[in-house]
Design a protein around this ligand. Structure first.
Ligand code: 5AD
Ligand code: SF4
Length: 356
């Protein structure tokens, strides 16, 4: 039964639901198939994106997120330009290939200009050799264009859930938090020529298995180039924490996340897929499992250490206490554990994008 589905070329919503529910031997077959597809279409390499968290100041108030505007329980920071460039230089010297600049969502001329000039400076310091991904939220077409022209060529903007109703339960009902706006931004990014990535959270309160199937079909339909998705992890200083009685145990959320990655690899064979740090929330094996099941991107955090404790989107974020968590040696060990090889000094662009 599972084998029949796994050998199909295209998958119905019902097929995807069946795969999401697979357990035991069936689940093993799913992971074997996704590993095989990964090998065939994107190969055995994982590519590195050094993650720089620019600021935890955010104008939004998403109910699930630890750096939401109304959380007064954290110290807000903005790292200095020199520190960003220092981190980028580190990534370049360590042959990480690319960096990701991630920040809370700010729509201001100052923020636009700052990111624009940082992108230019990172390009300069690396002789154009470091790839740059931005993850800086919803912006106008004009802002996205400026950043693209400055040299950023990939952009991540998670849809969080493709289900409009669920989205509205996760966010305040105001102009700042509109599902339609997200979609519009994703289309703008694609139109402007960015390699466009999206993703969702897995195991949210009120989220049904059918919604997850829809999420995967949404990504296929939109024809994304990259995906970052992982388990929802409750944060005590957020309104959503009150709904924690509705959650699956974290182990289940994790397992579901790996299945989501595996299924996405089956339905979008040549995209880039990240093994996100949230996958490692309970143990170190999380990211290795994700790589085995189909992920081919790692995003080691290279934000200067002192700020890391303040950039907690969720609780127990790994790597916030130790600087060495994602040291080169640990990354190599992780890759080895997962039977993969690191693509040092390579951009590792989305094959899907390149083939389009
Ligand atoms: N658990 C897991 N992921 C979260 N994010 C925000 N809050 C949480 C949480 N509590 C994710 C969102 C966002 C990305 C930057 O972090 O998907 O897009
Ligand atoms: Fe801000 Fe993003 Fe957190 Fe929402 S999820 S509060 S936009 S950082």
């Amino acid at each position: 039964m599972i084998n029949e589905i796994l050998n199909k070329d295209s998958f119905s919503k019902q097929d995807i639901i069946t795969l999401l529910k697979a357990e035991g031997d069936d689940m093993k077959l799913l992971f074997e198939k996704s590993a095989e597809i990964k090998q065939k279409y994107v190969g055995n390499k994982v590519y590195l994106r050094g993650l720089i968290e620019l600021s935890n100041i955010c104008s939004k108030n998403c109910y699930y997120c630890g750096i939401r505007r109304d959380n007064n329980n954290i110290q807000r920071f903005l790292i200095r330009d020199e520190e960003v460039l220092e981190a980028a230089k580190f990534a370049f010297e360590k042959k990480f290939g690319s960096v990701v600049i991630q920040t809370g969502e700010l729509q201001s001329i100052k923020n636009t200009k700052r990111i624009e000039s940082l992108v230019k400076e990172i390009k300069e310091l690396s002789n154009g050799k470091l790839g740059i991904t931005l993850s800086c939220g919803e912006q106008t077409e004009d802002v996205y264009r400026r950043w693209y022209e400055a040299g950023a060529h990939r952009y991540l903007l998670r849809i969080e859930t493709s289900n409009k109703k669920l989205y509205s339960r996760l966010h305040p009902k105001d102009k700042l938090h509109k599902w339609e706006k997200r979609i519009e931004c994703l289309h703008l990014l694609k139109k402007l020529g960015f390699q466009t990535g999206t993703g969702i959270m897995i195991g949210l309160p009120y989220q049904k298995i059918e919604y997850l199937a829809d999420d995967l079909l949404f990504m296929k339909e939109f024809d994304i180039d990259m995906c970052g998705m992982g388990p929802y992890i409750e944060h005590p200083d957020t309104p959503m924490f009150k709904k924690r009685h509705l959650l699956l145990p974290i182990e289940e959320r994790l397992k579901l996340s790996i299945k989501m990655l595996a299924i996405l690899r089956l339905i979008m064979k040549d995209i880039n897929m990240a093994a996100t740090t949230a996958l490692q929330a309970i143990n170190i094996e999380g990211r290795a499992d994700a790589i085995r099941a189909g992920a081919n991107i790692l995003m080691p955090n290279i934000t200067p250490g002192i700020y890391r404790n303040s950039y907690k989107l969720y609780d127990n974020k790994p790597g916030t206490n130790e600087n060495a968590e994602d040291s080169a040696a640990n990354l190599a060990q992780l890759a080895r554990l997962a039977g993969a090889e690191i693509g040092y000094g390579e951009w590792g662009d989305s094959k899907r994008f390149m083939g389009r």
